[in-house]
Design a protein around this ligand. Sequence first.
Ligand code: ADP
Ligand code: MG
Length: 249
Amino acid sequence: MLELKKVDKSFGGIRAVSNCTLGTKGYRITGLIGPNGSGKTTLFNLMTGFLPLDKGEIYFKGERIDAYLPHHIAECGMARTFQLARIFPKMTVLENMLLAPPLQTGEKLCSLWLKRNKIREDEKTNLLKASALIEIVGLSHLKDQFAANLSYGQQKLLELARILMAEPEMILLDEPTAGINPSLIRKMMELILKMKDNGKVFFIIEHNMDVVIELCDWVFVLDNGEKIAEGKPKEIQNNPKVIEAYLGV
Ligand SMILES: Nc1ncnc2c1ncn2[C@@H]1O[C@H](COP(=O)(O)OP(=O)(O)O)[C@@H](O)[C@H]1O
Ligand SMILES: [Mg+2]
């Protein structure tokens, strides 16, 4: 579904991503691991159009997307979360959800009257959808709370629920379980597995190896911007190159 070919990205003298070739192949949940500063988030930024690449090609569902802007890539069906959840703290949980309605009513409708009805209908649909998603991520009891009042883990769940509004086919999660408490980690993992069963495809940056082993079908390992290994999570865990990168020996 997603394929990168020889992708490079430097910041000044720092080669953040170097000659990276990788793809999701047919896997439903792909993991991306590597020490801090190894280029994982940069790679996500390149995949989602938040950063331009220096060299290389990126394909999504066979379409070359590396010159597209983020909103265009989102329209192609790829969504992402951020390492630090991006939510609107001074809005309620429900308002946060409604800020990201799926594709808005198109310009195809020429009659204003028709359009007005359509907009009203869309609002109703969005509200129902938002409520259903809030329920799925377990935040119904907080739907009228300001997002700022949510715990960090709950904010991450809200961010995930919000991107689901657009019904993406592929979801990129940047450290979904980092900094959240164990019960919410469980909740997050169950949600990811449930969505996988519903046909979603994931690419996940994750530090917690237990989470990687339980969720991922295939794992790529970055070190200093380079792919140093790939394989099944259990194999990766015992790969000497990977152990070396993490321990720095
Ligand atoms: N916008 C940026 N400007 C300059 N340097 C950056 C920027 N983003 C990342 N880097 C650098 O690129 C390298 C990879 O960072 P990053 O992709 O965030 O790593 P990771 O997510 O694996 O921890 C680091 O050396 C980091 O300092
Ligand atoms: Mg990162």
